[in-house]
Design a protein around this ligand. Structure first.
Ligand code: CU
Length: 382
């Protein structure tokens, strides 16, 4: 019951509260800055434009496809998108060091060693269906539905191997983007700011099961879960700049868990900071991008008592992924992307994009390290 009330509240804030405001939220807040800017531009014979969030016919008018909520829409615009993401993890990392599989299962003390099983690699595939709608001059509404497929390969101390799998719908996310402020002129380029507000609903499975050496229906450890089990808030802020063929951007988004889930734990809070630069390589057709993505996530609070940590007979520690206090980390990814904008077809603007990269810095507490992330995407605008 509480969850229904909470859900209603959040929907009101994220989706319903947006009134018919016909301007960027902070219009008029920076009159002083705008006036002095306009004055100095006038001396160069230029005119300052405020409140324009629209970029015409540019492949880099949208950010790299691996990013979310980096662009807003004009009133009445509808966009559907499909993304396919492949993430590959291999090898265990303690701090910034790699530890061999043999090192993880070595029966010596203290940690990092002494597990019965070591995960060798993990693959995560995600299909993400997205929807965006420009409600008015200020607010763009968003919705995202992910479908996940994961698999993890393990090796036991005795040398045996086994694979566990989980798949299903993830946590559905509803959000809104609020235009704050925008200025532009030929010599200073365009500078746009918007607010990101989103909430996810715990639709993803936090009790996936599969066959393991413990039995045919063992509850799988935390990295195989398809959702967080909690309602999560994603507050953030995005800045986008543009001048000639170049564009750039900065975005910070937090992940805040509300309470604990039905199994008595919560994933850690997290935040992401993205910095990107892009260039229109072929006019109105193709752009390239480079993005740095900093990710920081805290360890879990609490644990699921039905996820076995120790062997029922000899009480030895089973596997690192069953210890949620070790699931924190930091990662800096570098990603290269391409956006292609197709000419209008049947009134639809179609875009194809790809982005891929790898971490250049990674700090983990004895967990599988990420090796590569690749995203393909299609966006159709009406
Ligand atoms: Cu869009």
């Amino acid at each position: 019951m509480n969850k229904i009330v909470l859900l209603f509240l959040v929907f009101s804030i994220v989706w319903a509260v947006p009134q018919k405001v016909q301007a960027a939220l902070l219009d008029g807040m920076f009159d002083g800055i705008e006036e002095s800017l306009a004055e100095s531009l006038e001396k160069k014979g230029e005119k300052l434009t405020t409140g324009n969030f629209y970029t015409d016919d540019k492949p880099n008018a949208h950010g790299p496809i691996g990013m979310m909520g980096e662009h807003t829409h004009e009133p009445g615009e509808v966009m559907f998108s499909y993304r396919f993401t492949h993430m590959f993890m291999e090898g265990t990392r303690y701090g910034t060091n790699n530890v061999s599989d043999a090192g993880v299962v070595m029966p010596r003390r203290p940690a990092p060693s002494g597990y019965i099983v070591v995960p060798e690699s993990m693959r995560m595939l995600m299909h993400m269906f997205g929807f965006m709608y420009g409600w008015n001059e200020t607010v763009t509404l968003t919705a995202m539905v992910p479908y996940l497929t994961t698999s993890m390969n393990h090796r036991t101390r005795m040398g045996g191997t086994f694979t566990t799998r989980s798949k299903g719908i993830g946590d559905i996310r509803f959000g809104s983007l609020w235009r704050l402020w925008a200025v532009e002129a030929p010599s200073i380029g365009a500078h746009r700011f918007h607010l990101n507000v989103a909430i996810s609903v715990p639709t993803g499975d936090i009790e996936p099961t599969d066959r393991t050496p413990l039995g045919p229906n063992s509850r799988l450890p935390y990295p195989m879960h398809l959702g967080s089990g909690t309602f999560d808030l994603y507050p953030g802020m995005t800045y986008g700049g543009e001048m000639g063929r170049a564009s750039w951007g900065l975005q910070a988004i937090g992940t805040l868990r509300i309470g604990r889930n039905s199994n008595g734990f919560s994933k850690g809070n997290a935040y992401t900071v993205n910095a990107l630069g892009a260039c229109e390589v072929i006019k109105n057709l193709l752009s390239g991008s480079v993005r740095l993505s900093w990710n920081h996530w805290n360890a879990y609070d609490g644990l699921d008592p039905n996820i076995r940590q120790r062997h029922p007979r000899n009480n030895m520690r089973l596997v690192q992924t069953a210890f949620p206090e070790l699931l924190s980390g930091q990662r800096l990814d570098v990603l290269f992307g391409v956006n292609v904008l197709f000419p209008d077809f049947l009134g639809l603007e179609n875009r194809l994009a790809m982005e891929g990269g790898m971490p250049i810095y990674q700090y983990l507490d004895g967990q599988l390290e990420t090796d590569s992330i690749v995203t393909f995407g299609w966006q159709a605008l009406y």
